[in-house]
Design a protein around this ligand. Structure first.
Ligand code: CP3
Length: 348
């Protein structure tokens, strides 16, 4: 590994770092007035995703304004589904126009070539790498099959787990066909991102925490394992796996193949490290609502997480879920600066 490898990549591989790297899920988003301005210029959220020059501008905003240690490409976990023939919109959450109900719906889905269906993502990654010149790494991402499926079947907003549970348990054969197809699409999509410059990959499985552990073994884990094992440049491009509510699944997370496990805020990062920390790095895990508190509290709570993790490499500071759209950007900046100041250490 070259010695100029970024702080975040070194922490992901549990190699020596001078301090804890920090970035935030949804760091490019509506809490920033500068984001809202560019989004208005683009027209809609989807127009913004599909216009690489503007998507690059909003991807880079948190680097300048919030001083984070990584840039995440601006997109959404659901946009690659459009290449499979899915018609969708955002309002602001995802709306699927023809939710998957039966076999014929799944048969209509195609396995796209990402260099055609997601060329705008390749172009965005190229632009970000050119602009950044390795100042900080670029994070690419995708939704995990279970979480993507939960949106694809939702016939009513906010009811995605009700509809997905029905598909999984009433029609397991169909459910597995859908999950298999999403897995193949995701492997091609992530390898396309890596080819185009993504230096870290995060797989978002927001909803997998709603499964019982033995069900997770059937409906989520095998697909996630397939994805991580099929990624090119393993050992050079670190992988991060995020679940909201993963506490009952911790032992399983060891076998996903991810280099980093991203924890939600309910977990005690110190105890998790004691259980898993010699095998994976950990990301997280400040309660996102702490950013609504007074700056002195934000600093104390940030210090608590750093202290719980303890010394040595293997920690990427982040929130336990995405940043809320009503957070004061100065509060996030205060958190980022606190992480940097409080985690200064000798290389270990
Ligand atoms: O800054 C970043 O992290 C990069 C961009 C990003 C977005 N969505 C932009 C976005 C990323 C990584 C995502 C991931 C995503 N999208 C997830 C997984 C993470 C999580 O939050 O659990 C999920 C489940 C989605 C699906 C999705 N897209 C939802 C539920 C919503 C509504 C969000 C809300 O807060 O109401 C979206 C829309 C979306 N994706 C927005 C942004 C900035 C807001 C839309 C807008 O600007 O109008």
């Amino acid at each position: 590994m070259p010695s100029n490898t970024s702080l975040l990549v070194r922490a992901a591989f549990r190699q020596p770092v001078e301090r804890t790297p920090v970035w935030v899920m949804r760091q490019a988003g509506r809490y920033l007035p500068q984001y809202r301005e560019v989004r208005a210029r683009a027209g809609s959220f989807l127009d913004l995703c599909h216009t690489p020059e503007l998507a690059a501008v909003v991807s880079l905003q948190p680097l300048e304004l919030m001083e984070v240690d990584a840039v995440i490409m601006f997109s959404d976990i659901l946009t690659p589904l459009m290449g499979m023939g899915v018609s969708l919109d955002f309002d602001p959450g995802p709306v699927i126009h023809q939710p998957i109900r039966e076999e014929s719906d799944i048969r209509r889905l195609v396995l796209p070539d990402p260099s055609e269906s997601c060329a705008y993502v390749g172009r965005l990654l190229n632009l970000l790498r050119q602009e950044l010149r390795d100042r900080v790494p670029v994070i690419g991402f995708a939704g995990a099959p279970f979480t993507l499926a939960s949106y694809l079947v939702a016939e009513e907003k906010g009811k995605n787990m009700a509809y997905l549970t029905r598909l999984l348990f009433d029609e397991p054969t169909l459910a597995h066909r859908l999950l298999d197809l999403l897995t193949r699409m995701t492997i091609d999509y992530l390898n396309y991102q890596i080819e185009n410059g993504a230096q870290v990959i995060q797989l978002f499985d927001t909803w997998a925490g709603t499964l019982r552990a033995d069900e997770f073994d059937v409906y989520a884990l095998p697909y996630v394992q397939r994805i991580f094992s099929a990624l090119n440049q393993k050992g050079e491009v670190p992988t991060i796996y995020y679940i909201n509510g993963s506490h009952h699944l911790l032992d399983r997370l060891m076998s996903t193949g991810a280099d980093v496990i991203s924890l939600d805020w309910r977990a005690d990062i110190g105890s998790v490290r004691a259980r898993l920390g010699d095998k994976v790095a950990l990301q997280g895990n400040l309660n996102p609502n702490v950013l609504f508190c007074d700056p002195t509290v934000i600093r104390t709570k940030t210090a608590e997480i750093l202290q719980k993790f303890g010394s040595g490499s293997g920690h990427i500071f982040n929130l336990g879920h995405g940043i809320d759209k009503d957070v004061n950007p100065e509060h996030l900046l205060h958190m980022v600066r606190s992480v940097k100041e409080l985690s200064q250490r000798q290389p270990t």
